[in-house]
Design a protein around this ligand. Structure first.
Ligand SMILES: C[S@@+](CC[C@H](N)C(=O)[O-])C[C@H]1O[C@@H](n2cnc3c(N)ncnc32)[C@H](O)[C@@H]1O
Length: 277
């Protein structure tokens, strides 16, 4: 198969960025650098692994799972079906945490998944330490691998626990300790999930499903874990494009002020919460 054949096949099934994806597949499975590709566009590539990957991608299986890696913020991450693929939307939360965490902070990353929030913050804030909470052991192992890959594992403390419960791991030491709670929890309304694009259907449902109103994780973190926050600490949540108003109402119910930060498309993206003193 030639480079152009791969592009045409991917385009024919509605993949937008077919040229870029074809070059990434050739790099991953045939070791072809972007420079080499420029002089090899008519070359026939005959490789079973490449064919299998193209077929998978043509069925709208996510490219990042096929490649086994992706880039987020300034870091490289290993990814597989045990984790949500890190999104560029989440970089806004990372940027904000890097800017606003006080010196020598201890923060929690609740629902850490691939570990991308905690790891990228730690990579840019050498003075900070992060506790990463996740329900699934295999997912948490992947987050630990990513911490190692990005050389922050000494300041990355993984905890396997359920943030929807008052897990004893968290309440045993119920003293305010965190300078910040960061979280991109599952926030999609259960009824909407089936209508999402095919690629998303391959991601773990547990990483998407925020319950009937999409808010169960925010409610749980505010009601059960906000006591772990120091008096002048903050919470930064990633939120859905239409959730700003609801999150502010919820935050006020729990005596927090709430600032909504929008993304480049003008949509609600991050909620920044501080305790009302
Ligand atoms: C939206 S993903 C976010 C992953 C990562 N923080 C990111 O921004 O890409 C949510 C994560 O929460 C985890 N999760 C789901 N239910 C959980 C629970 N009850 N307790 C802790 N983690 C949970 C999922 O396994 C998933 O890894």
């Amino acid at each position: 198969m030639r480079y152009y054949d791969i592009c045409n096949l991917l385009k024919s099934v509605g993949i937008d960025n077919a040229e870029h994806e074809a070059s990434l597949l050739l790099e991953r499975f045939c070791g072809l650098s972007p420079a080499e590709l420029l002089i090899s566009k008519d070359k026939v590539f005959d490789c079973a692994e490449l064919y299998a990957a193209i077929q998978k991608r043509a069925s709208h299986y996510p490219l990042q799972y096929i490649l086994g890696e992706c880039y987020f913020y300034d870091e490289k991450y290993r990814v597989n079906e045990n984790c949500l693929i890190p999104r560029s939307d989440t970089e806004i939360l990372v940027e904000l945490a890097i800017e606003r965490l006080p010196k020598d902070s201890l923060f929690a990353d609740m629902c850490t998944g691939s570990g991308c929030i905690a790891v990228s913050v730690l990579a840019h804030r050498q003075d900070c330490t992060g506790v990463a909470l996740e329900l699934y052991e295999d997912t948490l192992k992947l987050a630990e691998e990513n911490a190692k890959l990005n050389k922050v594992s000494e300041r990355f403390l993984p905890i396997c626990c359920d943030v929807l419960k008052n897990d004893p791991i968290l309440i045993d030491n119920n003293t305010p300790q965190f300078d910040a709670i960061l979280s991109n929890p599952p926030y999609i309304r259960s009824s909407v999930i089936e209508s999402l694009e095919t690629e998303v259907q391959h991601e773990p449902r547990a990483a998407l499903d925020g319950g009937e109103d999409g808010l169960i994780f925010y409610r749980s973190i505010l009601s059960q874990h906000a006591s772990l926050l120091k008096e002048d600490g903050f919470i930064a949540f990633e939120i859905g494009y239409d959730q700003g108003e609801q999150i502010c109402t919820l935050a006020n119910e729990f005596s927090f002020s709430c600032e909504i930060i929008r993304d480049f498309g003008g949509n609600d993206r991050v909620a920044f919460l501080k305790k009302n003193i």
